[in-house]
Write a protein that binds this ligand. Structure first.
Ligand SMILES: [Zn+2]
Length: 378
């Protein structure tokens, strides 16, 4: 099966229902992709993904390049073999990770210099290397390498980032054609940058659309700009992308950000948030976040979330025991709360799709907005 997106309901800027077809199967959208940054989910068995409703996963090209290396991943059966997952996989180019490692000052015309996260020394992470790495990993979707400044940043810095992002996108788009990547079953997404500046988002989106990518990501969000500015950035990008192609909002995954992203026309999401929150003893529920280290849970005999049918909530381990286990640094509590949180987020996406099909999206949106007000942190 070749890569194809079917828009089933909706338009360019409002909530949409779709179906993404890839060589490793189809994905109902809007969808959330769990993140296996280094080729593994933290603390969750791969065979739990399908029962949870996961249809697509994400891994990171830069981290897999650093360890175990592309050749080893190929020997393990590509990124699908590494993840022990036969469904669709998207690999991020590592742009966000490279810049979060403090590389913004070392961006050059031909790439970015970053410290090797395993062996030390410097790596020239270039558009060509990001492309070759992802071709070797053989994911269903490869992302272009982009320039991702922290926000809020002034317009001149953002303008320079957009120009470099577009120049690198052109290089990678040409490589994609020259190497026959599409015939090998790999799709390629461009990434819209431009920060909080509407005119830069528009300029970047339009230039990428002219290059004719298989899909488009909205990047440079969730980097310190706040919820409303993030959603403005989504609006300023989505309206300039083709309605009949898939859109992916990178690194976004709180319940509020997911449902507000859907409301603005986003089809795909990924984030470490559900599992990271789980490791920090925070459980996600329809009534908001539960901070399990809070003393009020000390002798609480109820399950993590009495409304949830996930294996962690059905395990019989009460909230009070989870709290004690977190305090004692036991292995099991972070795993159980990560399982629950991922189940909750993937289940929320299924509820969103059902609500869109039934015309009841707005009440669900209101419920999530009241349970997860934007002023709260983790
Ligand atoms: Zn649960």
């Amino acid at each position: 099966m070749t890569f194809r997106f079917e828009l089933l309901q909706g338009s360019a800027t409002g909530p949409r229902l779709g179906r993404l077809h890839t060589p490793h199967g189809s994905v109902s959208t809007p969808a959330f992709m769990p993140v296996a940054t280094r080729g593994m989910l933290r603390g969750i068995l791969p065979d739990r993904m399908r029962p949870m409703g996961v249809e697509m996963m994400l891994s990171n090209a830069f981290h897999l390049y650093a360890r175990p290396g592309v050749e080893i991943v190929r020997e393990l059966g590509g990124v699908h073999g590494m993840l022990a997952w036969d469904g669709p996989v998207l690999t991020d180019s590592g742009g966000f990770q490279v810049f979060s490692l403090g590389a913004l000052g070392k961006v050059r015309e031909d790439g970015v210099q970053v410290e090797h996260p395993v062996y030390g020394g410097m790596v020239d992470w270039t558009p060509q290397l990001a492309f070759e790495t992802q071709a070797g990993l053989a994911a269903d979707v490869a992302m272009v390498l982009d320039v991702c400044p922290d926000q809020p940043t002034d317009a001149a810095v953002c303008q320079a980032a957009v120009e470099r992002t577009l120049a690198w996108a052109r290089i990678q788009r040409d490589l994609h054609d020259q190497r026959g990547a599409a015939a090998c079953g790999q799709a390629q997404f461009g990434i819209v940058q431009g920060g909080v500046h509407a005119e830069l988002r528009e300029q970047c989106a339009k230039a990428l659309v002219e290059m004719q990518f298989d899909g488009y990501a909205i990047g440079g969000v969730s980097v310190g700009e706040g919820h409303q500015a993030m959603m403005d950035g989504v609006e300023h990008s989505a309206g300039h992308l083709p309605a009949d192609q898939v859109r992916y909002l990178m690194g976004v995954g709180t319940p509020l950000d997911l449902i507000e992203g859907v409301a603005r026309g986003v089809d795909l999401f990924d984030c470490v948030f559900p599992t990271r929150a789980g490791r920090f003893a925070t459980a996600l529920t329809d009534h908001g976040r539960l901070h399990l280290l809070n003393a009020r849970f000390k002798s609480d005999r109820s399950p993590l979330d009495p409304e949830c049918p996930c294996s962690a909530c059905l395990s019989g381990v009460p909230r009070g025991a989870l709290r004690a286990g977190f305090k004692a640094k036991e292995l099991l509590p972070p795993i159980l709360v990560s399982i629950h949180n991922l189940h909750y987020i993937v289940g929320l996406m299924a509820r969103i799709r059902d609500a869109l099909a039934e015309g009841s999206f707005d009440p669900l949106r209101e419920r999530i907005r009241s349970a997860y007000p934007p002023t709260l942190g983790l």
